[in-house]
Design a protein around this ligand. Structure first.
Ligand code: SAJ
Length: 415
């Protein structure tokens, strides 16, 4: 690849793997995208994209039409393997590496001397070493970093993805990258690979540092959001408007308080801090507490709704927004879902859920007294309106539509 030739195999076609495969293929490089989900393989084969992300479908379609991107269910021979499979957490808040281990065992048979394997999935410290060990366990005929020798047949590195959902295509190319090699040569080889399509700087370090850098980035953001949320809780108790507080405090040149909200969602910030706690439980009281503060926010929203229902028993309650953040359709770890579930456990009052980015409520995830509703219908029917996600559709709402209603605006967009 570094010399402008070579092929790439991207394993895991989710919100990072698919855009990565499409971006590289559109640079004229031959890419095979691999996913174990038959539906994903079939959909992409038909030219459809299973992920909602601005412009992604256009890029994927053009990559497939050019013949540079093909989709398969199993890895094939290539010069570079990029692994972007999910690393979720278990019920015990430790990383579940089963998808990564399966990917390693799947790709091991097609490895050859000279190949590079890059792990992009966010992972606990030490995972890249584990990956090399799994590969080595499958291929005794090849040498890997960590074998004890000075050189190796297969190079292994970690380069954590850093893209923000909603801006993936821009950030994939423009963001700086941290690249951690299991050896310095592994790091340099991976840097040469990324230089083919990344415009941001690529900073080489060792794999363990790169792993912790990524986790630290998300734990940093989680901790800062927790501070904003804690101030919101204090303000509620003291009868002070938190939005004025944040605005005025941020006029100090060295203060930048983030926005409070109903909690922290998504599959990254609500999860990754636990990977640090898992590695160093005694040294992480702040990270743990920040998680607890953010996880406690939905219950506080429910308390406010319950108070409103005390005055208007029976509801209904209009719940605006289900996605974990504005203008996307992703419901993973969404605090809005937690609010709806907690509320349902306490009241049979109907909940009219408005989520413009989905067509139906996910079965099993939402209680029976919740129904998906158009914005106008929900506002016509409900006198209690709870804003949970700051989608554009809600920002631009005529304020007269809220007149006379009890409004709980958890994002501060209707001040
Ligand atoms: N949130 C607030 N207040 C704020 C900012 C965010 O309540 O002031 C909430 C959001 O509503 C949302 C959650 O936090 O529920 C997370 O949203 P986000 O936009 O901060 O981040 P993600 O999870 O969409 O993406 C993050 C990014 N990490 C950082 O910004 C440090 C992204 O760059 C990572 O690639 C991604 O996690 C990941 O995959 O790890």
């Amino acid at each position: 690849m570094s010399g402008g030739s070579g092929t790439v195999c991207v394993i895991g076609l989710g919100y990072v793997g698919l855009p990565t495969a499409a971006v590289i293929a559109n640079r004229g490089i031959e890419v095979v995208g691999v996913d174990t989900d038959d539906d994903v393989v079939e959909e992409l084969g038909r030219g459809e994209t299973h992920i909602v992300e601005p412009d992604l479908h256009i890029l994927v379609r053009s990559a497939i039409a050019s013949g540079n991107l093909t989709i398969r269910a199993k890895p094939v021979e290539a010069d570079v393997f990029v692994i972007a499979v999910p690393t979720p957490f278990t019920g015990r808040r430790t990383a579940d590496l089963k998808h990564l281990e399966a990917a390693a065992r799947d790709l091991a048979p097609v490895l050859k001397s000279g190949d590079l394997v890059v792990l992009e999935s966010t992972s606990p410290v030490g995972t890249t070493e584990k990956l090399a060990a799994w590969l080595a366990g499958e291929r005794a005929d090849l040498s890997f970093p960590g074998d004890g020798g000075g050189t190796c047949d297969v190079h292994v590195a970690h380069s954590p993805e850093r893209v923000l959902p909603g801006r993936v295509l821009l950030e994939l190319v423009g963001n700086e990258r941290v690249i951690g090699g299991l050896t310095p040569a592994c790091g340099e080889k991976a840097k040469a690979f990324y230089a083919a399509f990344v415009k941001g700087g690529c900073h080489v370090t060792d794999a363990r540092t790169a792993e912790l850098v990524k986790l630290a980035e998300n734990a940093y953001r989680d901790t800062n959001i927790a501070f904003a949320n804690e101030m919101a809780n204090v303000c509620e108790e003291l009868g002070i408007d938190v939005w004025s507080l944040v605005e005025l405090a941020n006029r100090h040149p060295r203060v930048d308080i983030l926005r409070p909200g109903p909690g922290v969602g998504g599959h990254c910030i609500a999860v990754d801090p636990w990977f640090i706690v898992q590695s160093a439980p005694e040294s992480t009281p702040l990270i743990k507490t920040a998680r607890d503060v953010n996880d406690g926010m939905p219950a506080r929203v429910v308390r406010r709704i319950r108070a409103a229902l005390g005055e208007q028993p029976g509801g209904p309650v209009a719940c605006l927004g289900l996605a974990y953040k504005a203008d996307i359709d992703d419901l993973r770890e969404s605090p809005a879902l937690d609010v709806i579930r907690l509320l349902a456990a306490e009241t049979p009052a109907p909940m009219l859920v408005v989520e413009p980015n989905i067509d139906s409520l996910p079965g099993g995830l939402v209680p029976r007294n919740a129904t998906l509703c158009a914005l106008d219908d929900a506002l016509d029917a409900a006198n209690i309106v709870v804003l949970l996600t700051d989608h554009n559709e809600f920002r631009s709402l005529e304020r007269e539509r809220l007149a006379g209603k009890t409004v709980i605006d958890t994002r501060g967009i209707w001040r």
